[in-house]
Design a protein around this ligand. Structure first.
Ligand code: KG4
Ligand code: ZN
Length: 340
């Protein structure tokens, strides 16, 4: 069985063809980074318009690379939650059109659950049950994952997401967009203990996150109060490196501590990590060390499956097998985290 998967939740237009035995026949991701770069963040209206222009060419190119035609496809899966409303609508409309024209089943994908499923796909291992940690540009969530269809939200950020914090910090340090990879590069060789940044909500058993205070602390480390506008970008490259390393360490500390708390709370011995920030080298190294120290199994999606892609939409195979197909009335659910 061949599944066409579509992903347009934020600023990547992506499609893939995967089989029900997890073989990836083709995957295409059209990045919009160059369109959003000069604004220092994703502009929703620009994102949705770019999806409209790209969705058909991306699907065509995916089929071409898989050496297939639409007639070879058995079902269409689409991420309909959570994400930017206008972006989600483009992918969902394309998926519905294909299902209507070709009389194919439509399967809904929760983008955050799919980020966790990338670990299952890449490893080929039976990762469930596990604690799932999603660290992306828009979300930071911990899940109790009983299986591909059983996700229970344990905690989420109450303000900024980890990736958003990376992006905003990078912008304060005068680094290029997207900020996460740039800040991580800038941090290389820096002294991670040069600045003592806050680690919010790490004590106790609460599994929610907060990163907005960390962002403010960085701002004050760059220019002490009273706040100055515009914020001066540090002139000393050594200071940028140390600030970046210290900031990154604070985020990594929090994510590692919360993941461990979630493992203890659930009694599970497996941690799966996905989402753009999971590509961060320092985070991967820390979690790998923690896995040895605290004896848990660790699966982190490979970097190309951490950032947004349609391959992870293969999570839909489980729903399809369980008969969980949607009517063409399916809507987008932009918020969809606490509910989804
Ligand atoms: O999962 P993703 O591609 O999109 C969303 O669903 O949001 O995540 C994008 C986020 C951005 O905030 C980006 O800066 C961050 O992931 N990111 C990183 C790294 N690569 C991407 N953050 C830290 N270190 C990285 N190497
Ligand atoms: Zn994502």
């Amino acid at each position: 069985m061949k599944l066409l998967t579509i992903e347009t939740t934020c600023d990547e237009t992506a499609a893939a063809v995967v089989t029900d035995s997890h073989e990836v026949l083709a995957s295409v991701v059209a990045s919009q980074d160059s369109l959003h770069e000069r604004f220092g963040g994703v502009v929703p209206e620009i994102a949705s318009r770019a999806h409209v222009e790209r969705i058909v060419p991306v699907i065509d190119e995916t089929l071409r690379r898989a050496n297939l035609t639409l007639r070879d496809i058995d079902a269409v899966a689409v991420a309909n939650m959570p994400g930017l409303a206008g972006s989600l609508v483009v992918g969902l409309s394309a998926a519905k059109a294909l299902c209507l024209a070709l009389d194919l089943p439509l399967v809904a994908v929760n983008h955050l659950h799919a980020h966790i499923y990338a670990c299952r796909l890449a490893s080929g291992a039976e990762v469930f049950p596990c604690v799932g940690l999603v660290v992306s540009g828009g979300h930071t969530c911990l899940y109790r994952c009983g299986g591909p269809l059983e996700f229970e939200l344990l905690g989420a950020t109450i303000d900024d997401a980890a990736g958003e914090a990376f992006d905003k910090a990078a912008s304060m340090l005068g680094l290029r967009y997207p900020g996460g990879p740039a800040l991580s590069r800038a941090a290389e060789g820096g002294d991670a203990s040069a600045y003592r940044f806050p680690r919010a909500l790490v004590d106790g058993e609460r599994l929610d996150f907060s990163f907005s205070g960390l962002k403010t602390a960085l701002r004050y480390a760059i220019a002490p109060p009273p706040a100055r506008e515009p914020l001066p970008i540090p002139a000393d490259p050594r200071q940028i490196t140390d600030l970046a390393a210290s900031f990154q360490e604070a985020i990594v500390d929090v994510l590692a501590a919360k993941a461990l708390t979630a493992l203890q709370a659930t009694g599970f011995d497996t941690l799966c990590v996905g989402g753009g920030v999971a590509a961060n080298r320092r985070l991967r190294a820390r979690l790998s060390a923690d896995a040895v120290l605290h004896r848990f199994r660790l699966y982190i999606a490979p970097p190309e499956l951490c950032t947004d892609n349609a391959v992870m939409g293969a999570i839909a195979i489980g729903r399809l097998r369980a008969g969980l197909v949607e009517s063409l009335d399916l809507d987008v659910s932009p918020a969809g985290v606490r509910g989804g």
